[in-house]
Design a protein around this ligand. Structure first.
Ligand code: GZL
Ligand code: ZN
Length: 350
């Protein structure tokens, strides 16, 4: 009996503790709310036209890479309530049909601007025509669209992907000359990003526009690996099984590079400045630049994800009735062991 009494008393005390704790939690939340700590999380869902802020509907294609995460952060840090925006953000999880749905929902909510990073270049004409008829300006971010009528979008803020691909080729030309191997047969494999995306199309076109000048550059294989580490590893494993002699891997983003390096190491071969296989990558993420500094990645062509402010500059121009260009390129660099300094690494926000 005694024991039972003890037990029910301690259960009673637990109950009071739980009630007190939850009351404290509610109080903290209310306090936080009152202090505007959640200022950038919209207090209520947007109903057509009921805010004096600029309403921006953003369709982000997914979260496949470190680069993409940084691109999303750049958007969310720019289109904030204190900057005068009402942001409606949607992540399409790599699916075009989800982006089209998101664009249609932005149109029906009568947002002021649509911003989106098209997962692939084609298949947008109809929904962009609907946005045009609704009088909603469309700004492309990061990637481009291939449409009949380019009045369907106001501008594209992104990277010159063809130039990024060419930079990879030019670096390889210089590197082989430096090694005294400019005329030797060089065996190359290429890991390509999402099929049909403008980053994949441009980088492929750019690299091959240089490669075609070199008969001794033998491209053993080029395969899609979707800009992800997992796919990059899987595709590289297959290539290592098929090709005994690989001298260079050209990988169209850092995430695929990380996967490919794992596969190469597992095969018993080495990478980088003193390795069996030269590694050329794209994006310039912090983790990859660390590997450049360590000599594991030979060169990383930067692709700048911090595009939010460029897009908001375009919106401000449009708000002030100014003309805007059809294409804005963000600033980008080429990193090798010679220029990845401690400063570069400490300032890298992605
Ligand atoms: C490039 C962007 C690419 C990045 C990848 O602008 O489209 O998509 O290079 C990302 O990391 O997945
Ligand atoms: Zn070779």
């Amino acid at each position: 009996m005694e024991k039972k009494m003890e037990q029910s008393k301690s259960m009673h005390i637990n109950k009071i503790a739980v009630i007190l704790l939850s009351a404290l939690l509610v109080f903290m939340l209310m306090l936080g709310w009152g202090l505007g700590l959640f200022a950038d999380i919209e207090e209520e869902p947007y109903v057509n036209g009921d805010t004096d802020r600029i309403v921006v509907g953003v369709s982000q294609l997914g979260s496949e890479s470190r680069w993409r995460t940084a691109n999303t952060e750049s958007v969310q840090n720019t289109f904030t309530q204190k900057n005068g925006y009402f942001l409606i953000f949607n992540n399409a999880r790599q699916k075009q049909e989800n982006q089209i749905k998101a664009l249609r929902s932005f149109i029906s909510q009568r947002v002021d601007y649509i911003v989106f990073s098209p997962v692939v270049e084609t298949g947008w004409d109809t929904v962009l025509q609907e946005a045009k008829e609704a009088g909603i300006p469309v700004i492309l971010m990061d990637r481009n669209v291939d449409v009949e009528d380019d009045s369907l979008y106001v501008t594209c803020v992104g990277s010159d992907f063809v130039k990024e691909g060419e930079q990879a080729g030019y670096w390889l030309e210089k590197e082989l000359k430096k090694r005294g191997a400019a005329d030797e047969d060089i065996h190359i494999v290429v890991l390509k990003g999402t099929e049909g995306s403008s980053s994949q199309i441009g980088r492929t076109e750019g690299f091959f526009s240089v490669a075609e000048d070199h008969d001794n550059w033998i491209v053993l294989g080029q395969e899609y690996a979707d800009f992800t580490s997992a796919k990059g590893r899987e595709v590289m494993e297959g290539m290592l099984r098929r090709y005994r002699d690989i001298d260079v891997v050209v990988s169209q983003n850092d995430d695929m590079t990380f996967g490919a390096i794992e596969a190469i190491r597992e095969s018993g071969r080495t990478v980088g400045v003193d390795g069996d296989i030269i590694v050329i990558s794209v994006d310039g993420t912090h983790d990859a630049l660390t590997m450049v500094a360590d000599g594991m990645i030979n060169v990383d062509i930067e692709c700048n994800p911090n595009q939010g402010e460029y897009v908001s500059d375009v919106i401000e121009s449009l708000e002030n009735g100014m003309e805007v260009e059809k294409q804005y390129y963000v600033d980008e660099n080429v990193f090798t062991i010679d220029n990845v300094t401690k400063d570069v690494l400490s300032q890298r926000n992605y």
